[in-house]
Design a protein around this ligand. Structure first.
Ligand SMILES: [Zn+2]
Length: 128
């Protein structure tokens, strides 16, 4: 899965924490321990997420990518609603145990379509 697809997936799943951690680290230059406090995760977990997201890219490439695509990613409406600690899928109209797995298996078409949309928007430098 490429970085844009991961961001779109987290946005659809209403996982603002993931996106905030990536933005905080790559764009704002915050340290993993600062972000661990903000995200309520361990520093090790934050580091692992950052590394997985970075993949084979350099930090400066990730920064550039986030700056270009996030305005478009943020224009997407989540399909998961968090209610009392549960995750409700607005498309299936039911509670789902793991929103990430759910979107990847049941709403793959939407995920791919939106990813392509974000990539083409970012490439054209258009407004969200
Ligand atoms: Zn669903």
């Amino acid at each position: 899965m490429n970085q844009v697809e991961q961001l779109v997936l987290r946005r659809l799943a209403a996982d603002g924490t993931f996106i905030a951690v990536m933005y905080g680290y790559f764009v704002e230059g915050k340290s993993p321990s600062e972000l661990a406090d903000i995200a309520g995760m361990s520093r090790t977990a934050v580091r692992a997420k950052i590394q997985r997201f970075r993949g084979s890219l350099h930090d400066v490439q990730v920064k550039h990518l986030l700056t270009k695509v996030l305005p478009h990613v943020n224009g997407i409406s989540p399909i998961i609603l968090k209610l009392n600690g549960k995750h409700y899928c607005l498309l299936c109209e039911r509670v789902v145990p793991n929103p990430i797995t759910h979107i990847r298996s049941k709403h793959r078409d939407i995920l791919q379509k939106l990813t392509q949309h974000v990539i083409s928007k970012a490439r054209n430098g258009g407004k969200p």
